[in-house]
Design a protein. Structure first.
Length: 312
């Protein structure tokens, strides 16, 4: 791999886990190359694709290898978390831009996120917003956070709000994240074996108030058959929700009150969703009763904390 050019800006390693995205991966790589940020490298792993993804990557490299430093590995499938950990280990940059081989970056996004992290040395991660596009790249929605996920961006203005948002309304989609490489040494890396590795990582970051938000569009998140259908398949939803509930319960101990109770409430809400998909209506009622009770308790603890601060 050719060494990145020396500039006054810190090196950004763009990490691209690629799997069965032959139709999209070259556009993803084109967008990294087109971004005017001057100090960057691509680290890409084909994670055992069964389509023509590896061939598309190799063809792109044959055309552009002299234009940008690239480290490329093609190997058997190990899963997304293991691939992200390997990508991070191979990266040389101070900052890690997390990519996705079916999405693409918007010009200027890397500089926006770098400048935020440079101005906020206590933050380990910066997230932006995205536009939402269809499989042909046509814009569907102006904001992935607000229009696709229904998030209230005002929550992301404070550490308290970000903790609440990450716990209760996960609204991060697409390659909107930049990590300080050193942050992975603080919170550990992606938990291998998980399907929802991103929520697990962000819970750990949020517990340390290590996430910052920049209200700028930094990428395009693509909706297409493969990723859209996952939310419609009942068996897959049950597996994903069961894993999410386990993650929530595992990370409860990392939070102080009232966020600890809020995360316990979220685990109950996820349990109600699982029971509903399984047709167990009695369990739905039990989980929802627990959810409402814990949610009310968390709000009382917020109010009590504010009263104590005011009294002091």
């Amino acid at each position: 791999m050719t060494a990145p050019a020396t500039t006054s800006m810190p090196l950004v390693s763009v990490l691209v886990p690629a799997y069965n995205h032959e139709a999209f991966v070259q556009e993803c790589l084109d967008s990294i190359l087109a971004d005017p940020y001057p100090a960057k490298e691509i680290v890409i792993i084909d994670d055992g694709s069964t389509d023509g993804t590896a061939e598309r990557i190799e063809a792109w490299l044959a055309r552009h290898r002299d234009e940008i430093p690239v480290e490329y590995v093609s190997r058997d499938n190990k899963g997304i978390a293991a691939t992200l950990n390997e990508l991070a280990a191979r990266a040389h940059g101070e900052f890690l831009r997390i990519g996705a081989s079916d999405d693409f970056f918007l010009p200027g996004g890397s500089e926006i996120l770098v400048r935020y992290l440079m101005a906020h040395p206590g933050k380990g991660a910066a997230i932006g917003d995205c536009v939402v596009v269809d499989r042909d790249g046509r814009k569907l929605l102006d904001s992935g956070m607000s229009d696709l996920h229904g998030a209230d961006k005002r929550l992301y203005r404070t550490d308290e709000g970000i903790r609440r948002a990450v716990i209760s309304h996960w609204a991060i989609g697409g390659p909107v994240t930049m990590l300080r490489k050193g942050a992975l040494e603080t919170v550990a890396r992606w938990t291998e074996g998980l399907r929802i590795d991103d929520w697990d990582l962000f819970l750990r970051l949020a517990a340390r108030d290590a996430i910052g938000f920049v209200d700028e569009k930094v990428c395009a998140y693509r909706l297409h058959g493969a990723n859209f259908s996952k939310t419609r398949h009942t068996a897959t939803r049950i597996v994903n929700l069961t894993e999410a509930r386990e993650v929530a319960l595992r990370r409860v101990c990392m939070f102080a009150e009232p966020d600890r109770t809020l995360l316990r409430a979220e685990a109950c809400r996820i349990g109600a969703k699982i029971a509903y998909l399984q047709g167990r209506m009695g369990k739905v009622a039990v989980h929802m009763a627990a959810y409402v009770s814990l949610l009310a308790m968390s709000r009382l603890r917020v109010a009590h904390g504010r009263y104590r601060v005011g009294a002091a």
